[in-house]
Design a protein around this ligand. Sequence first.
Ligand code: 0L1
Ligand code: MG
Length: 271
Amino acid sequence: MSNDLLSMDGQLTPEQVSTLCDRVFVAQRDATAIPKLTEDFPQMTLGDGYAVQLELLRRHLAAGQRQVGWKAGLTSKAKMDQMGVRVPSVGWLLADMFRPEASVIRTDDLVHPRVECEVAFVTKADLRGANVSREEVLAATDFVVPAVEIIDSRFTGFKFDLQSVVADNSSSARYVTGGRAALVSDVDIANLGVVIEQNGHPVAMGSSSAVAGHPADAVALVVKVLDSLGLSLPAGSFVMSGGITEAIAVKPGDHIAARFQALGHVAMHFS
Ligand code: 0L1
Ligand code: MG
């Protein structure tokens, strides 16, 4: 991808951003696959992708939904290799995307559901700026909790590029927390082992060190991207720091358990 397309400067008009927002909104609401957005708008930049994502967020908030935080996407080498991209992304998280631990999660309102296990952070102080350090993130963290993100790319055949996936809210769809929360002083979040089991069989395993080198660095990356969008991370935010292993496709009938060293497990069933 040319560097121009990775620019945070936009090339699209507000009307074009609104058109793309309509497309993604309908694809997410109706669980219908659409072609990647750059097919019709090849000049679309990363900044345009975020303009579409933030317009989608404004629409949800205007409709009365509540934002709980943000997710980091594409932060591990496994995820970047799986998706063929080299730049991390962010996406917003709404309260109604949450599903309780051990619940049954529908797949008929999703297009290509896949699961990833992640360390989630809950913050107790505001974080802002382009140069937030790992130490500042850790000092601003109230606790960490194990989580599973259910991602759902809305693009036909998983064919997308970074601009399109950012517009599609970095594929975010649902998230589940469970296990047990911990203070960052009580666990070695730099190197937590994780295993994803699908119907009782281990299908992926890894270490949290795969997430941008350290999950807190992924949170710092979220703050940096937010800063480039003129935003910051308020105290009380829930932040998913990114998939530790590759994402695992799920289908109706699947039982998923993500086992985290020191943080317990997060389980769910898909219908
Ligand atoms: O959370 C993620 O890393 C998702 C990134 C978007 C690409 C995908 O759908 O896997
Ligand atoms: Mg993720």
